[in-house]
Structure formats: C-alpha cells, structure tokens
Design a protein around this ligand. Structure first.
Ligand code: GLU
Length: 419
C-alpha cells in the first residue's frame, strides 16, 4: 500500500513486479526503482465566466531523476487522480529508457472535464496550473508535454506563463508547442506516425499486404486519428473507429479524411453517421489485421484478451492492457503480435526530445530529418525487443520493459546511493 495505490498504479506496480522477478532484482532494491521521487499536488483556483470561483486539483509526478530531467505529458480529464498520474509517470520512465532518451518519466494532470469549461476558463486554468508548478519544473528539471485533453495551444500557454515569470522566453520548458512558438515540425503527428510505422513493419514481417488489410482504431484524438490516417494512406482499410461519444463500423472501410474533417469541425465523431453506428465495446474484438487501442488505459482486460481477433495489437494508448490480459496474450503470442505501448507510442516523446534539443540549440531541423530520426530510434528499440524476445522466448512486453528497467537500474547502481 502506497499513497499512489489504486487501480492504475497497482497495475504499473504489478507489471514492474513481473519484470523485477524476470530480472531477479533483489526485493530490497525494487522500491527504489518503482516509487516516484516526487509528487506535487496543487489547488488551482480560477474565476469562472459567471464570476464564481472554482478550484481544480492538479498533480505532477516525477518518477526518477537519475538520467536527466523528467519528461512527460499533462492530462486534463475528469477522472485524473494521483495514482493514475504516478502510473503514467512510471511508464514514461520505461519508455524513455527503452528508446535511449536522457530522461526520467513524469506525468501531470488536472481533474477537469474540459467540455464543461469555456475556452477562457481553460486558458486561465492551464496558466494557473503552470504557475503553481514553477518551483518544481524547469528545462533541466522537468519538461512538460501534451497528453489527453491538452494540445499545442495549452503548451503555448504553459510556455508563455513560465517565460513571463522568468522575464525571458524559455521555449525549452515544454514540448509539443506550436511551430510558431518554438515547436518542432512533426511533433503533432509523431505519436500516430510512429504507431503506423511500427504496425506496418510488423505487417511486413508477418507477410500481411497493407493494401486491403484491415484495422480497427479505438480513440480518435491526436494519436488515433493520425495513426488511422497513416494506415489509410498505406492502403489499409479502417473498418471501425470509436471515441468517447460513438463507434462507427463499415466493413468496406471508413472515409478517414472525412472523419478527420468532421472531428476538426465538431470536436468528436458524434453526428457523423447514424447508419454506421456500432457498439463501442465490440469493436475491440472484431476480426481485423491491426487493432489500435488509442484511448485510455485498461481497456483490454482478460475477457477482451480472450476474445481478440486481431493479428497485431498496436498499443497507441498508455497502459491499455491489464496484467491479467497479458497472461492470456503471452499464451497467444504466436497468434497475436503485441507492440507494447512503451515502444509503440514512443514516437511522441522521441520527437519531444528533438524539440527540446532544437530549442536548447536554437537550431531547427526540417520535417524529413525529424521523421527519419524518429523512425530510426523506434526501429532500434523495436529490433532490440524482438531479438531479446526471440532469444529468451519471452513476451514482447517483458522484453521491452526489461530493457527499460535495466537501463534505469544500471544508471542508479553506477551513480550509487547518496549520501
Ligand atoms: N504524453 C505523451 C506520452 O505519453 C508524450 C510525452 C512527451 O512528449 O513528453 O508519451
């Protein structure tokens, strides 16, 4: 039992336990790797449009500081709590380590339903949150980025608030900013592109022709929509998509550019089509070549895992698969190829790293350069995972996480325990 205990942190702890057993990490050394270094809780008061005052609770968890600053997104969602943010911070650590980035993991969030506040209220809340966290963040301490419910504009407000406080422009305090405010080309698309790139690589390995193959995408935010669009461009039929409002199913393939245009205008898939409406839960278990969960954590539980009918599970969300489901997918590993979240969706933080490097150097790259380097890092991490999984006959997630955990552990052991 820790202050973080709850369904999501317990899941991250359980996953870590599996890896710690596999790596035979002595029990007394495990908490040093798992427990977050710091967690900050802030109350963010704002004046509502109607003149009343409302207070929103926010969090920032910094998992470890052993390899450099911490790095991770900021989630604005109604069910955000300390345990969820801590779990997401832990996952960021393994993700940064497995891709070789010089960061520890972090995550932040505010418990707020962004659909129930105005644009002005959102700006004031984002600025107040950053203001409250100024003592705890910095370009060499903790670098924020977008996550569910936040976007480039929110990052611009964060950067502006921090910069006004410093009395100079500090673009390197956050990543995922608009290109007009020190962001990098290719960041907005980075996560979805990385997911599609790795899914296509596995399709090739499995001799699945992209043209005419099928995919199902759960979640149609920045990550899900770009992954769908990239797969669609490669000739893959997107036979079902969903978001928090609705699910759509069309066996002949959906019009992905049309869906993207609709969501850009209306904010969600709602109202796109009554005819194509489907049951959001059942789309996960539809027969398809590629299943892309790109929404929230824990959607693939043991029951869903037993009923999955995809060939490739490309985990675009963080933590979509529960440890119970992992036991089943481990048994089904010759039937379903899992691209684990910490590699599958790492394109986002990889390009965030490029943004930070470009901001620090004030030297900017072209989009081709960004994409080439992104794919290079993802391909290396992926190849290492495959090699380890084959060599030791282990499940892909075990191989990927083991490499991440080992790297953090090696850095901690080499640096020693202070004092
Ligand atoms: N929120 C994203 C993630 O979960 C990106 C984090 C970042 O770019 O720092 O990986």
């Amino acid at each position: 039992m820790t202050i973080y205990s709850g369904p999501v942190f317990d899941m991250a702890a359980k996953q870590f336990g599996v890896i710690a057993d596999y790596l035979e990490i002595p029990v007394d050394q495990r908490d040093r790797l798992l427990l977050p270094k710091r967690a900050v809780t802030v109350a963010c008061p704002i004046r509502r449009d109607d003149g009343t005052i409302a207070v929103f609770e926010g969090y920032r968890v910094q998992h470890h500081l052993t390899l450099g600053p911490t790095k991770g997104g900021t989630r604005f969602a109604s069910n955000v709590d300390l345990g969820e943010v801590a779990a997401l911070a832990v996952w960021m650590s393994w993700k940064c380590a497995v891709t070789g980035l010089p960061y520890g993991g972090a995550k932040g969030g505010i418990a707020v339903d962004t659909k129930k506040i105005s644009r002005r209220e959102l700006e004031v809340l984002a600025r107040r949150y950053m203001q409250e966290l100024i003592p705890f963040v910095g370009p060499h301490i903790d670098v924020m980025a977008p996550d569910m419910g936040t976007d480039e504009q929110v990052m611009a407000w964060f950067m502006d608030t921090y910069s006004m406080h410093q009395g100079r422009t500090v673009t390197e305090i956050v990543t995922g900013k608009p290109v007009s405010a020190g962001g990098t080309l290719g960041r907005r698309e980075a996560t979805g592109r990385g997911v599609a790139h790795l899914a296509r690589r596995v399709m090739q390995d499995l001799s699945i022709e992209a043209n005419g193959a099928t995919a199902v995408v759960q979640g149609f935010g920045n990550v899900g929509s770009i992954a769908a669009s990239e797969l669609h461009k490669a000739g893959v039929k997107i036979i079902a998509v969903s978001d928090h409002t609705t699910a759509l199913h069309r066996p002949a393939g959906l019009d992905v550019p049309g869906l993207i245009a609709h969501t850009a205008q209306r904010g969600s898939l709602a109202g796109y089509s009554n005819e194509l409406a489907s049951d959001p839960k059942s789309i996960l278990t539809m027969p398809c070549d590629v299943l892309v969960p790109a929404a929230v954590e824990r959607v693939i539980d043991a029951n869903v895992a037993n009923n999955l009918r995809c060939r490739i599970l490309a985990e675009a969300a963080n933590g979509p698969t529960t440890p119970d489901a992992d036991l089943i997918l481990e048994r089904r590993k010759d039937e379903i190829f899992v691209i684990p979240d910490i590699i599958c969706n790492a394109g986002g933080v990889v390009v965030s790293y490029f943004e930070w490097v470009q901001d620090l150097a004030q030297f900017f790259w072209g989009e081709d350069e960004v994409m080439r380097r992104e794919y290079q890092i993802l391909d290396t991490a992926f190849s290492n995972m495959i090699e380890r999984a084959r060599r030791d006959d282990i499940y892909n997630r075990t191989a990927a996480m083991a490499t991440g955990v080992e790297r953090v552990r090696a850095a901690k052991n080499t640096r020693g325990l202070f004092p």
